[in-house]
Ligand binder design. Structure first.
Ligand SMILES: [Zn+2]
Length: 340
């Protein structure tokens, strides 16, 4: 761990006034944290460092936060019962295999996890579309030019892997909000340009969980819910496509998992990425609730709660950033000059 990070973490952990302040709070809210990928041999891309996560969870406990599971916290809130202590709920999106070595870190702190699965990713075992795009660019000889492919023109040149990944992220942002066929056309065009063979089912570093892994992790206490089938942006789909994505992922989770988590996670989850229609489709599928990535708010400490728009925030590895985001959302009055 970077020495600066280490000294910052230990400084924050030694703040007794801060911990006492959090424990004194009565008007608390609960905050859902969202993770995606974890660093380790099973991950060829960026991922959260497990030592930093261990420190973060320790810091949250020292501050007086308790960890709770998403389902029981949501069910209680919908019945008007809210946590009486500052509470953090942990969720993990997509279903990459790299979460297997990460789960014991959460387990050590008594922190339950809820995982949202893009079910076609587990069924087909091909990389998710944005990883496919980056893998194709990695095959290219230092430059790629797309001209009017599904209405998109993009060209990039790079002389390092970092620059290639950065350019790839620009293209991912450009096509993320486009309808599904346009996105697939761009990926097919890239595959044609670089002459890539179809992706192997076990592309190293991008593999999903196996359904057997899911059932084994479930026996250890993890819960699994739907996150669409092919991970499209729902707002970009027509009604039939969006319904297919919601219904199929929920059906696959119920087929494979003993105790399916009846809560949905919208892909991307930011406010532009889904519509009221999609909330209605999730409700019509018989799911109890859905989580977004709308970081402007956490769960309110009192009704009304819209069960199909439950906010989450992305995990931040730096304790100072985590402190700012979690405490600001969870503890009204935090950050006032008169308070710690
Ligand atoms: Zn996702």
């Amino acid at each position: 761990m970077h020495p600066l990070f280490k000294s910052l973490a230990s400084f924050v952990l030694r703040q007794p006034r801060l911990a006492a302040f959090v424990r004194r709070q009565r008007q608390v809210r609960w905050v859902s944290l969202c993770f995606h990928r974890f660093a380790g041999p099973a991950n060829a891309g960026p991922g959260e460092d497990l030592v930093a996560i261990d420190d973060s969870l320790q810091w949250l406990r020292r501050c007086g936060f308790v960890f709770a599971d998403l389902e029981s916290t949501v069910r209680a809130a919908l019945q008007g019962r809210f946590p009486d202590r500052p509470t953090v709920v942990v969720t993990i999106d997509d279903g990459f295999a790299d979460l297997i070595p990460a789960l014991p870190v959460f387990g050590r702190h008594g922190c339950p996890v809820s995982v949202f699965l893009a079910t076609d990713f587990l069924d087909r075992r091909a990389p998710l579309w944005w990883d496919q795009l980056q893998l194709l660019l990695a095959e290219a000889p230092g430059a790629v030019r797309l001209q009017e492919v599904a209405g998109i023109s993009w060209s990039a040149r790079w002389d390092s892997a970092e620059e290639r990944v950065r350019q790839g992220e620009v293209l991912i942002e450009m096509i993320k909000r486009r309808p599904e066929p346009a996105r697939l056309t761009v990926i097919d065009a890239l595959a044609g340009i670089v002459g890539a063979a179809p992706f192997s089912s076990e592309t190293t570093g991008y593999a999903p969980l196996r359904w057997d892994d899911v059932r084994a992790l479930e026996r250890e206490g993890a819960r699994f819910g739907p996150h669409t089938h092919t991970h499209p942006i729902l707002a970009a789909l027509d009604h039939a496509q969006a319904k297919y994505e919601v219904d199929t992922s929920w059906a696959r989770v119920r087929e494979e998992v003993r105790q399916p988590l009846s809560i949905f996670a919208y892909p991307d989850g930011t406010p532009w990425s889904f519509r009221q229609r999609d909330c209605d489709l999730v409700r019509a599928a018989g799911l109890e609730a859905a989580v977004t990535m709308d970081g402007r708010w956490a769960l309110p400490a009192a009704p009304p709660v819209d069960p199909f728009r439950l906010g989450r925030i992305g995990y931040q590895a730096r304790i100072a950033d985590l402190q700012a985001s979690v405490l600001r959302l969870a503890v009204p009055g935090y950050g006032d000059p008169a308070k710690p």
